[in-house]
Ligand binder design. Structure first.
Ligand SMILES: Cc1ncc(COP(=O)(O)O)c(C=O)c1O
Length: 364
């Protein structure tokens, strides 16, 4: 018996990164460090203070939280430039609800974040899978040509790009912004991990009403379980997403916990440098083993599993690592896997487990 589900959803698979109970989990680009005790205490107090008032709906506009987020972002942004939701996934869904939808089109440059097409489909927006160069790069010329060909209502850029890890050349974002007839969304979920000198699209927000930058507390802040994502844009964009957001979509507990986390951002973001160190170590070690590895501005690394021409089945390599207790991500790119940079011990475990595979391959 089949349900009368929408035709365009029939037969699709839901998003489903495996959640497996293994010793080393490096597959969803979380921050591996637990929340420090001082911050645990602060969030606990903030939540406690909300409990008596849970009979009331929360602040629908989350003004205090948006003020704190604007303060964190800097660039002269104010609460009126910022909108928050349950993860940047929800923010992007709201953008698609407001600016996409039936009869409209969104374009992204694959491989990029796998949720962008799923969110488009869920909102009835036609998704166009744009392409990148063989080395995953995206040139101004290729990006503009695709935008001009498809005339999308929304363009999704991802910088640093997931799954490749590399930040986008700012000239590409600028050119896309010039060429695009509709909204341009720059997903900067991993911005805090970028290598020095990598500019954020936040710096070009003034004067660009169709530009939206999305961010999240799920990665550098180590707050993935708290579910808090946000965007920065012209106030008119915030007015538009308010037309589609559910009333009271951000619970009082989420708002309070996120504010407490932001107030302790120094302690939370203190892990970023250590993570970047492990990321750079993974890149260096895998390159020294002769693997092709994409440059990373994020907390993960995309790497080729075998010497060119050999061992190209990433599913086998993924399973071999899992058998050694290390969970990485198969993003569906033949011959490549993605690994999150975790703690030093987790990185040791990954490098050790992946070296075993190299040795095995070397045997006749
Ligand atoms: C590029 C990118 N954007 C957004 C997200 C989702 O973040 P959130 O937890 O804020 O929904 C992820 C998570 O992996 C991501 O890789």
């Amino acid at each position: 018996m089949s349900l009368p589900i929408r035709d365009d959803l029939r037969g699709l698979e839901p998003y489903g990164a495996p959640q497996l109970d293994v010793p080393v989990r490096l597959n969803t680009n979380e921050n591996s460090y637990p929340v420090p005790e001082t911050v645990v205490d602060a969030i606990g107090k903030a939540l406690q203070a909300e409990l008596r008032d849970l009979n009331r709906y929360p602040d629908r506009d989350a003004v205090a939280l948006r003020t704190d987020l604007a303060d964190y972002l800097g660039h002269g942004l104010k609460a009126e430039n910022v909108w928050a939701a349950n993860g940047s996934n929800e923010v992007q869904q709201q953008l698609l609800q407001a600016f996409g939808g039936p009869g409209r089109t969104a374009l992204g440059f694959t491989p990029a974040y796998s949720m962008h097409p799923l969110l488009a489909t869920g909102t009835g927006t036609r998704w166009v899978d744009g392409y990148r160069a063989e080395d995953f790069g995206l040139s101004v010329e290729h990006a503009v040509a695709q935008v001009e060909k498809h005339r999308p209502d929304l363009v999704f850029l991802c910088s640093p790009n997931n799954p490749t890890g590399t930040a986008l050349d700012p000239a590409v974002a600028a050119a896309v912004l010039d060429a695009a007839p509709g909204m341009v969304v720059v997903d900067e979920a991993y911005a805090e991990f970028a290598r020095p000198g990598t500019p954020s699209a936040l710096s070009v927000l003034p004067g660009h009403q169709r530009l939206v930058v999305t961010r999240t507390m799920s990665k550098a802040f180590g707050f993935a379980g708290g579910r808090l994502g946000y965007l920065a844009a012209d106030p008119a964009v915030i007015d538009a997403v308010q037309l589609v957001r559910l009333p009271y979509h951000l619970s009082a507990l989420t708002q309070a916990a996120a504010r407490a986390a932001l107030a302790h951002r120094g302690a939370l973001l203190a892990t970023v440098e250590a993570i970047k160190e492990q990321r750079d170590r993974i890149v260096a070690v895998l390159r020294s083993r002769g693997r092709r590895v994409a440059d990373s501005d994020a907390n993960f690394v995309l790497y080729e599993i075998g010497p060119q021409g050999a061992g190209s089945d990433q599913k086998i390599a993924w399973r071999a690592l899992l058998d050694r207790g290390v969970l990485v991500r198969d993003v569906g790119l033949a011959g490549w896997l993605r690994v999150t940079a975790g703690t030093k011990a987790e990185t040791d475990a990954f490098l050790e487990a992946s070296a075993q595979r190299v040795n095995q391959e070397a045997q006749p």
